[in-house]
Design a binder for this molecule. Structure first.
Ligand SMILES: NC(=O)c1ccc[n+]([C@@H]2O[C@H](COP(=O)([O-])OP(=O)(O)OC[C@H]3O[C@@H](n4cnc5c(N)ncnc54)[C@H](O)[C@@H]3O)[C@@H](O)[C@H]2O)c1
Length: 278
């Protein structure tokens, strides 16, 4: 099928954290639906600890190999000037932006709250909270500069999908700083959606459970931690990046045009209650 006939044909998406894990699968899935993709990350190479196939091929190259269109943009979302440059690059290459998926995030190995320090909180806040908010704000400003056809099948001026975490909605031991910043992403989603619904801009969020990526490998390879996570997940298995990419793409499709301000748990049931014994 020609790219223009696909569900997101002619649309331009920016994905942060696109080199690895969920961001990579999201970028590939959006491209498979016809979108041109601006792949933003600290480095073009994937995290070598990741589980994804073709780990040695950068995301933008993989998209091109599959007949799509993508560029890589080196950006640290915690740096304001680098973030602004990513939007200039997107505009220079593709002349517009329709979607932003904020997947870049940082996490730190589990520790008690009393053992956390200022540096950890500052790092979590600067990437997960301030970086995500900054990218959202710059995307909204870009969307507002563009023409908007409210009557089109897509129906939006622009779409944002944030990636938070199940830990942003309920308590998970050993990650107070991370949880607090992910809760801020959930609430930023609602507040930004409320302000810009009148502009035809959708802001939604996916809150993943435990997903096999380079970030989580240290947990998945620790039998005690893995056991705790499996016990807390009612579904018969933990998640993978594909499990998360599908719901993110849904938020970008025509069918989701009237959905905004929502935080969707994609977690094998982890946050719906106490998991019964298997
Ligand atoms: N893996 C899980 O179990 C899990 C669960 C819930 C939420 N999450 C969240 O999902 C998102 C994706 O994580 P993942 O598991 O795919 O991890 P990952 O390590 O595979 O990918 C994260 C990517 O984000 C990039 N990144 C980190 N800081 C950045 C920055 N400042 N600027 C630009 N890029 C940056 C990294 O380089 C990496 O490529 C994160 O926000 C994470 O907090 C992960």
């Amino acid at each position: 099928m020609a790219s223009s006939e696909k569900a997101l044909g002619g649309k331009v998406a920016m994905v942060t954290g696109a080199s690895s894990g969920m961001g990579r699968l999201i970028a590939l899935s959006l491209a498979a639906h016809g979108a041109k993709v601006v792949c933003c990350d600290l480095a073009e190479a994937a995290n070598p600890a990741g589980y994804e196939r073709d780990l040695d091929v950068p995301t933008a190259s993989l998209i091109a190999r599959r007949g799509g269109s993508a560029i890589f943009c080196r950006v640290d979302i915690s740096d304001a000037s680098q973030a602004e440059r990513a939007f200039s690059s997107a505009a220079a290459e593709f002349s517009r932006l329709d979607m932003l998926v904020n997947c870049a995030g940082c996490w730190a190995p589990f520790r008690l709250f009393a053992e956390e320090d200022e540096g950890l909180w500052e790092r979590m806040a600067s990437v997960n909270t301030l970086g995500t908010a900054r990218m959202c704000r710059l995307a909204v400003r870009q969307f507002l500069r563009q023409d908007y056809d409210a009557g089109s099948a897509w129906g939006s001026r622009g779409r944002i999908v944030n990636i938070s975490s199940c830990a942003g909605g309920f308590g998970f031991p050993g990650e107070a700083a991370y949880s607090a910043t992910k809760a801020s992403v959930n609430h930023l989603t609602r507040a930004a959606a409320l302000d810009h619904a009148k502009d035809g801009i959708n802001v939604n969020c996916v809150a993943p459970g435990v997903v096999a990526t380079g970030m989580s490998r240290v947990n998945l390879e620790d039998d005690a931690v893995r056991g705790l996570m499996e016990k807390a997940t009612p579904w018969p298995r933990l998640g993978n990046a594909e499990d998360v990419a599908g719901p993110v793409v849904f938020f970008c499709l025509n069918e989701a045009k009237w959905v905004t301000g929502q935080v969707l748990g994609v977690d094998g049931g982890m946050t719906i209650g106490v998991a019964p014994p298997r």
